[in-house]
Design a protein around this ligand. Structure first.
Ligand SMILES: Nc1nc2c(c(=O)[nH]1)N[C@H]1C(S)=C(S)[C@@H](COP(=O)(O)OP(=O)(O)OC[C@H]3O[C@@H](n4cnc5c(=O)[nH]c(N)nc54)[C@H](O)[C@@H]3O)O[C@H]1N2
Ligand SMILES: Nc1nc2c(c(=O)[nH]1)N[C@H]1C(S)=C(S)[C@@H](COP(=O)(O)OP(=O)(O)OC[C@H]3O[C@@H](n4cnc5c(=O)[nH]c(N)nc54)[C@H](O)[C@@H]3O)O[C@H]1N2
Ligand code: SF4
Ligand SMILES: [Mo]
Length: 678
């Protein structure tokens, strides 16, 4: 038996685990007792992280569409075809007629290489990844206010908070080992406020549970800050010494009385006052947020308010105090850090800056690099649907199920002249592709992932990939070679990290040798630097923390006579996004088999539906059939559907309206109607 220390491929918590194999077969998982995050624990997905790896559905050979059908092909033919057709499209329509979608499931090295391929070889900044659907509003909002879009603290810091304010994060289900940490802190006296209208597990342990209306967070947070200011509970020295724009900000809050916010949020004014006092009284208060805050057409405004609450009360730059967006995918922090974004190279170095372009062009041995920002993922889908984008190369994403408004996503993907999908399974998106490239999964390759607390960690190869599948980095390098570029010949991912470190100051001191057992937290600028557990200690990354005022804008769609329910979408404990991996893991699949809708008992009574009835749920964009769960998890008027299930795809219903600044879709609110059919 062999044990290989690696990192869990599911969530951004970044637990370490050992893959246990016997003669080339994976037989199980063991936790790492010494790891600072997981400390000998794992959630159910971590324990089952081996299960999909050797599933018979794994892709084992490249596939090319011939006479309408995907047929096995050689690597030689598939790589040749991809490069030839991408180049042909660019010759006819220009460099920006193709889009590269990178992957938060792939390693840092692979994300870096795909962005190098897009920019350096195909001369386009059209590169993005699922962070657009996830924390793009965080990256925008925190860059503006604090100077860095990442978690300000480490996961271990949660133990030192006197109060934790969880807003729009179902932490025990979606970041289970962080959720446990919060519950442990609460057990030893830390206060907890939960602002989420679902009765999530954390809510049952909270000192205060605010069940405000979906999409009303700006009103709630503004009113909390109004109370803090009018009661003189703000941290004046912190505001004075470490922030800017306070006067204008406070002026804007004048009108935001708890009564005004009560009318918008559906809360009692008194509840808002209690929340404000609890928060302001805590010596060290920590804000934790996730998709309930970010996935709105006003996602950036929500984030601005979270940052402002921390600045107003001086809760920043200490172990128990900070602003903590929990990053979702195992390597979405890394995908962003590596520059798989349309406007920046690695670690947010802007492509618009000629000096940056020169630096990267010189390192990559190319004459020039494109300077105008490329398309965001959501805009690329719109462009494809409108016939303005011809080619798309998708590595490790399944947009047909994960993008908003499935009919629109399908139209976009079908409109393309060329769709290439590089995945470990034949996903719903891959079924539409012209070429499918089989990738090795996390257990079959070397590289690094960066978790939500900025910890860069090594994954290690436990076994060989199935059939002819190759690691994503190998495929990207082979594509570059085919395209006539000689600057992507590496002995392995360790050498790619050397190149990243040389071009990226936050990763400057990171090398495979140094990552050793449990990794390093960036910023880690040089080879002696121990890494950084807490950001913004003496001053914010941008200098002074900036108060950015935000005013309430309602969600794009609200309930009306035709569509009387608010639908909010999200996740369950057992499944991962579009289900490609968890629905192929026997134990996880057994726990949660098919699509469902949570309906409050009051609404169920009015609709005449009972547990397990099948209902038709329709929005202005589409309809699905799902089974009913009658539950007090949701408040009357709100229903919840997870987006894991292809046969009851929540995204057939969701609204493709975007936040104007971050281009994140409004996954968390749309209007639906419900009718019983069985
Ligand atoms: N098991 C599992 N874990 C996962 C994932 C998974 O698919 N499965 N995905 C990972 C990824 S990529 C991500 S981004 C994270 C997401 O992690 P979370 O953001 O924690 O998960 P969600 O279920 O999307 O939404 C969280 C909560 O937001 C609440 N919410 C909805 N609308 C609002 C609102 O307007 N205001 C407020 N305050 N709350 C609202 C919902 O009621 C829900 O409880 O999870 C990661 N972890
Ligand atoms: N309605 C609704 N929709 C949502 C959300 C929501 O809350 N509600 N949340 C959004 C959010 S936050 C996110 S992050 C997105 C996620 O959207 P996606 O990223 O599209 O979803 P995943 O299912 O995680 O897709 C990852 C793909 O990578 C493949 N894969 C796994 N490992 C590897 C590898 O090593 N190499 C390669 N090449 N492929 C690999 C998997 O098989 C899978 O097909 O969904 C978004 N969509
Ligand atoms: S908490 Fe996240 S990283 Fe840890 S075992 Fe569970 S899914 Fe994996
Ligand atoms: Mo996400």
């Amino acid at each position: 038996m062999k044990k290989t220390l690696t990192v869990c491929p599911y969530c951004g918590t970044g637990c370490a685990l050992y893959l246990v194999s016997d003669g080339g077969r994976l037989i199980g998982v063991e936790p790492s007792v010494t790891h600072p995050v997981s400390r000998g624990g794992l959630c159910v997905k971590g324990w089952n992280a081996f299960a999909f790896v050797q599933h018979p559905d794994r892709l084992t050979t490249p596939l090319i569409r011939r006479n309408g059908e995907l047929m096995p092909a050689s690597w030689n033919e598939a790589l040749g075809l991809v490069v030839e057709r991408l180049q042909s499209i660019q010759q006819r329509y220009g460099h920006d007629s193709v889009m590269f979608c990178s992957s938060a499931k792939a390693t840092n090295e692979e994300n870096y290489l795909l962005m190098k391929l897009a920019r350096g070889v195909f001369f386009t900044n059209n590169i993005d990844h699922c962070a657009r659907l996830c924390h793009s509003s965080t990256v925008f909002g925190l860059a503006e206010t604090l100077g860095s879009g990442a978690m300000t603290n480490s996961i271990a810091c949660f133990d030192q908070a006197d109060l934790i304010f969880v807003i729009g994060s179902n932490t025990t289900e979606q970041h289970p080992l962080i959720g446990t940490r919060i519950l442990n802190a609460v057990r030893s006296g830390t206060k907890l406020i939960v602002a989420d209208n679902r009765r999530i597990r954390l809510a049952r342990h909270a000192d205060l549970h605010l069940r405000h209306k979906n999409g009303s967070d700006v009103a709630l947070l503004n009113a909390m800050m109004h109370v803090i200011i009018t009661e003189g509970r703000m941290n004046r020295p912190f505001i004075e010494n470490r922030t800017e724009n306070y006067a204008a900000f406070a002026e804007n809050l004048r009108e935001w009385t708890p009564e005004r916010a009560a009318a918008i949020t559906g809360l009692e004014a008194g509840e808002i006052v209690v929340a404000a006092r609890l928060f302001a009284e805590a010596k060290n208060a920590m804000i934790v947020f996730s998709m309930g805050i970010t996935q709105h057409s006003h996602g950036v405004d929500n984030v601005r308010c979270c940052a402002a609450l921390a600045l107003l009360t001086g809760n920043l730059g200490r172990p128990g105090a900070g602003v903590n967006p929990l990053r979702g995918q195992n390597n979405v922090q890394g995908g962003c850090d590596m520059g798989a974004l349309p406007d920046v190279f690695s670690c947010y170095q802007p492509v618009a800056d000629p000096g940056m372009r020169q630096k990267f062009a010189r390192a990559w041995g190319v004459a020039d690099l494109p300077g105008s920002p490329g398309l965001a993922l959501t805009h690329a889908m719109d462009a494809a649907a409108a016939g303005e984008l011809q080619g798309m190369f998708i590595m490790g994403e399944n947009p047909l199920l994960s993008d908003p408004d499935q009919a629109h996503a399908r139209q976009a993907l079908q409109n393309l002249e060329l769709l290439v999908v590089q995945d470990i399974f034949l996903t719903e998106t891959a079924v539409l592709a012209d070429v499918v490239l089989p990738a090795a999964c996390y257990a079959e390759k070397e590289g690094t992932f960066t978790n939500t607390e900025r910890r860069v960690q090594r994954l290690r190869k436990a076994l060989e990939p199935p059939g002819e599948a190759l690691a994503d980095w190998e495929i990207i390098c082979a594509l570059a070679e085919r395209a006539g570029y000689g600057g992507m010949r590496y002995s392995g991912p360790a050498q790619v990290m050397e190149e990243i470190a040389a071009l990226t100051s936050s990763y400057g001191g990171i090398s495979f040798e140094r990552l050793d057992q449990h990794g390093l937290q960036w910023p880690c600028p040089d080879a002696k630097h121990p890494g950084t557990p807490v950001l913004h200690v003496d001053h914010c990354t941008r200098g002074p923390g900036r108060f950015s005022p935000a005013d309430y804008r309602p969600p794009h769609e609200t309930a009306d006579d035709d569509y009387p329910f608010v639908l909010t979408t999200g996740r369950t404990y057992f499944h991962w996004h579009t289900g490609t991996m968890t629905r192929r893991s026997h134990l996880l699949d057994r726990e949660e088999r098919s699509a469902f809708i949570e309906i409050n008992p009051e609404d169920a009574g009015r609709l005449g539906v009972r547990e397990n009835d099948i209902v038709l749920v329709a929005s202005r964009r589409g309809e699905i059939r799902v089974a009913v769960r009658v539950t007090g998890m949701v408040i009357p008027g709100v229903v919840f559907i997870p987006f894991h299930f292809a046969e009851g795809a929540a995204n057939a219903l969701t609204n493709n309206v975007l936040d104007p600044e971050s281009s994140i879709p409004e996954f968390k609110v749309c209007a639906v109607r419900i009718r019983r059919i069985v």
